[in-house]
Write a protein that binds this ligand. Structure first.
Ligand code: NCD
Length: 309
């Protein structure tokens, strides 16, 4: 069993294949338990704090749901404008403060490396819910859980990651996790939004087969799954560049008709225009199921951090 007790969750690379298999198992047990009961008492008396310096819907609310379903309590800093961050308080001082109230902190911040800074400042576990263009490890774990559930296995898969591979922290984290399962990867993006070289080199060192292309149809035709991403507008310094690139890749009915076979489609959400709503009823469109899985996986992580599973 993976030993996450008292640990921070900062980067996808901290997990072994065994850890991931253990997390999947615990998450699927919670999924089953929640069919019988609305909530459990495993983390009664524990408090989770959410500190979000960037917008979020799913990540924050699914962490809060997970904690409450486990019987724990939740406090939240609310918006940056309504907290002392607006008065100029540093991240370290805010985290030190919150660590006096809560037993675990979930943090999202625009600066890459911020979660690690927070973890270095306090003794309680820190969970990285997105540090700039860096990492988003809990999203990657729920993505892996979803892939296993949708496709039945993590063995022998070919997966296309499409969109903003340069700035997308979800794909940075997911590619690292998939490399533990010998997945073949297609990286499909405009040339200016390619997967960072550092990540590609690391994956290649691990012996992973990678192909970079701008052709989504070609990649899709030989893949089991497309992982679609949003062009990350907030990371562009030149908005005219964003305007040029938005709409580079769109999955719609027409695209699905051109595909030779049925495919599974994931997206961390929110989507802008990269998946048309006419795709939502397609049987392989799994992005709404994917976001529900976030609750089970985050329940697993929280219970394991507190040594209760
Ligand atoms: C992602 C994120 O914040 O990185 N969203 C999420 O957590 N589900 C993806 C995105 O914002 O495009």
């Amino acid at each position: 069993m993976a030993n996450l007790k008292g640990k921070d969750i900062l980067h996808a690379n901290q997990f072994s294949k065994k850890d991931i298999e253990a997390i999947i198992k615990v998450a699927s047990n919670f999924e089953r338990e929640l069919k019988k009961k609305d909530s459990l008492t495993l983390l009664k008396g524990k408090i989770l704090a959410t500190l979000f310096y960037e917008p979020s819907t799913r990540t924050r609310l699914s962490f809060e749901t997970a904690m409450q379903r486990l019987g724990g309590g939740v406090i939240s800093m609310g918006s940056v404008e309504s907290s002392s961050v607006a008065k100029g308080e540093t991240l370290t001082d805010t985290v030190r403060t919150v660590s006096q109230y809560a037993d675990v902190i979930v943090i999202r911040h625009p600066r890459t490396g911020s979660a690690r800074e927070a973890a270095d400042a306090v003794p309680i576990p820190i969970i990285n819910a997105g540090d700039g263009t860096g990492q988003h490890p809990t999203q990657a774990l729920l993505d892996i859980y979803t892939i296993k559930k949708e496709l039945g296995s993590l063995k022998n898969l070919t997966i296309s990651m499409v969109g903003d591979l340069k700035n997308g922290r979800t794909v940075h984290a997911l590619a690292e996790l998939l490399s533990l399962f010998d997945t073949r990867l297609y990286f499909v993006s405009p040339s200016s939004l390619r997967m960072p070289e550092e990540i590609i080199n690391h994956l290649k060192q691990k012996g992973i087969e990678i192909e970079e292309t701008e052709d989504m149809l070609k990649a899709g035709n030989t893949s089991n799954l497309i992982y679609m991403t949003r062009i990350q507008k907030e990371r562009f310094t030149d908005l005219s560049e964003y305007e040029k690139l938005k709409g580079s890749y769109i999955i719609n009915e027409e695209f699905l008709k051109k595909l030779k076979k049925k495919i599974t489609i994931l997206h961390p959400l929110p989507r802008v225009d990269e998946i048309s709503t006419d795709v939502d009823d397609y049987p392989g469109a799994a992005y709404f199921r994917q976001m529900r899985n976030g609750v089970f996986v985050r329940m697993a992580l929280l219970s394991m951090i507190f040594g209760k599973r």
